[in-house]
Design a protein around this ligand. Structure first.
Ligand code: AR6
Length: 173
């Protein structure tokens, strides 16, 4: 499968995806919140919070794996994006979210992985900049690794979906 076929963009609710793992845009406590985090915890049920409590939090830029419980996805990879402040640090931390989530996925044999637009809601990261980081980090990783086989960028608005679609189709390679 070519790299282009391994990277997909989808418009919708990430909690509905029957993939091996979905990524959660969490906070450092891993104890739930609003946005996509709240939606994932609601759909997975209280057992997810129970497992998250045993983890003891997650630093910004890192990633932690749990089961998916009542979700159609088998696993959830929780990562913590940076709060956007326009510093070089922000892009390094956001790249870390994607790279560390991909590494956790690879280490657990996760073949299909769906990402939301990490940090692009409450945390205020501009979607145009964040989409380039998301796509570039995933494409670079997948060029040298067979697992995950497929990454699905899941966007929650038509405007965000268009930004990703345009960047992916104009990107060479
Ligand atoms: N499916 C897919 N994408 C979604 C969904 C959904 N069900 N719901 C929202 N989005 P955000 P952040 C999009 O705010 O910026 C939480 O309280 C949304 O439109 O969820 O990383 C955490 O606990 C946006 O594009 O995450 C943290 O405290 C993207 O998901 C904080 O928010 C991310 O928006 C993390 O903020």
């Amino acid at each position: 499968m070519s790299l282009k076929d391994r990277l997909e963009v989808w418009l919708g609710d990430i909690t509905q995806l029957a993939v091996d793992a979905i990524v959660n845009a969490a906070n450092t406590s891993l104890l739930g919140g609003g946005g996509v985090d709240g939606a994932i915890h609601r759909a997975a049920g209280p057992e997810l919070l129970g497992e998250c409590r045993t983890i003891g939090g997650c630093p910004t830029g890192e990633a932690r794996l749990t089961k998916g419980y009542r979700l159609p996805a088998r696993y959830v990879i929780h990562t913590v994006g940076p709060v956007y402040r326009g510093r070089p640090e922000d892009s390094r931390l956001l790249s870390g979210c994607y790279l560390n989530s991909l590494t956790v996925a690879m280490n657990h044999g996760i073949r299909t992985l769906a990402f939301p637009a990490i940090s692009c809601g409450v945390y205020g990261y501009p979607i145009a900049d964040a989409s380039k980081i998301a796509v570039d980090v995933c494409a670079t990783f997948m060029q040298t690794h067979d697992v995950p086989e497929k990454v699905i960028f899941t966007l929650f608005s038509a405007a965000d979906f268009d930004i990703y679609t345009r960047y992916l189709s104009n990107r060479s390679g």
